[in-house]
Ligand binder design. Structure first.
Ligand code: TYM
Length: 328
């Protein structure tokens, strides 16, 4: 069975982009893969976090994993900082990386833009992410396509270390991106991706938003003045993004949606989309409410960390041996 690894940062406001780009795939994959899903709290502290809030956000993500359908009996669900191998392997990979390749990463360029100095953790973020993946001999990494560059550098590092030490320390993983709708864009500015941290709450649909808020955000979403429902990312990015969301949240293809809404205005289309999104998120919210404060999460995460530690310890032994670290 192929092994899958992925992670989500516990930084609040988990949104439709996270769901459609990543979480939805997590559930599909667990049927015929050995899946490991991580809450990447070490990545979260690359930006300032309030400790008490961070703890709550960790449990929020754990509850959301389960609420969308990740089954802790089938998949390993755990918190990154509970497994020391992540930070340890990250250092070994750091010593095999170059500042040049890290400074070319668009996420670092975006987040450090116009700043005189940026946190080092932000700079080495892709290395920690590579460590997450390589630590578990991962074959497949389901992520949104905003993570393509990160998957590339992970593959480069794996190949580089294997070649340098002339041993097979790592399996070279593949990214798994959705084709249509892999990147969900912001509702108020369809040229940038939907993000957890954007100031305008109407730029995103958080999975736990109230139906009224969701209605407002969709009805306000930026479109164009043409009034024709047609998929054309270049010239009609706003309506194309809404078509993507509709398609991913329903059984319709984009083509079928274009036919269904031929001759209709954006208002009617948006009203139906509100229904589709609210209906789709309702069971997730209900499950979330059941799980989040049920008291079962700490046990699930503890058990997940035990299982993750067993796998990662084997990789660390092998890698340290190949690199010549320690004495046995
Ligand atoms: P994070 O928490 O920012 O995002 C979690 C997942 O959601 C996807 N995503 C999107 N997909 C489509 N449209 C969007 N607008 C959108 N925004 C976010 C992301 O691609 C991601 O799959 N670096 C990762 C966390 C991570 C990780 C890993 C992932 C750390 N280590 C190892 C996989 C494997 C991230 O940005 O998460």
């Amino acid at each position: 069975m192929k092994r899958v690894f992925s992670g989500v940062q516990p930084t609040g406001n988990i949104h439709l982009g996270n769901y459609l780009g990543a979480l939805k795939q997590f559930v599909e994959l667990q049927e015929d893969h050995e899946c490991i899903y991580c809450i990447v709290d070490l990545h979260a502290i690359t930006m300032p976090q309030e400790p008490k809030v961070l703890r709550e956000h960790i449990l929020d993500v754990a509850a959301l994993y389960l609420a969308v359908g990740v089954d802790p009996k089938k998949s390993i669900v755990f918190v990154q900082s509970d497994v020391p191998g992540h930070a340890e392997l990250s250092w070994i990979l750091t010593c095999n990386s170059y500042t040049g390749e890290l400074s070319r990463m668009t996420q670092f360029k975006d987040k450090s833009k116009e700043k005189e100095s940026a946190p080092t953790g932000l700079f080495t973020y892709p290395i920690l992410m590579a460590a997450d993946i390589l630590l578990y001999d991962t074959n497949v990494v389901p992520v949104g396509n905003d993570q393509k560059q990160h998957i590339e550098i992970c593959r480069d590092l794996a190949i580089r270390v294997n070649n340098k030490y002339k041993t097979k320390s790592f399996i070279v993983p593949e990214g798994r991106f959705l084709k249509e709708g892999a990147r969900i864009m912001s509702l108020d500015d369809p040229s940038s991706k939907m993000s957890k941290s954007a100031e305008n709450i109407h730029s995103r649909i958080s999975l736990l938003d109230e139906p009224g808020k969701i209605k407002k955000s969709i009805m306000k979403a930026t479109t164009d003045s043409e009034g024709i429902i047609k998929y054309d990312v270049k010239n009609k990015p706003g309506i194309s993004n809404l078509l993507n969301i509709y398609c991913e949240m329903s059984e319709y293809t984009v083509k079928e949606l274009e036919e269904k809404y031929q001759g209709c205005g954006y208002g009617d289309f948006k009203k139906d989309l509100v229904e589709v999104v609210n209906e789709g998120l309702k069971p997730i919210k209900e499950r979330y409410e059941e799980i989040r404060y049920s008291g079962e999460l700490p046990k699930i995460l503890e058990d997940g960390a035990k299982r993750a530690n067993l796998i990662s310890a084997k990789t660390m032994n092998r890698v340290k041996n190949n690199v010549g670290l320690g004495i046995n």
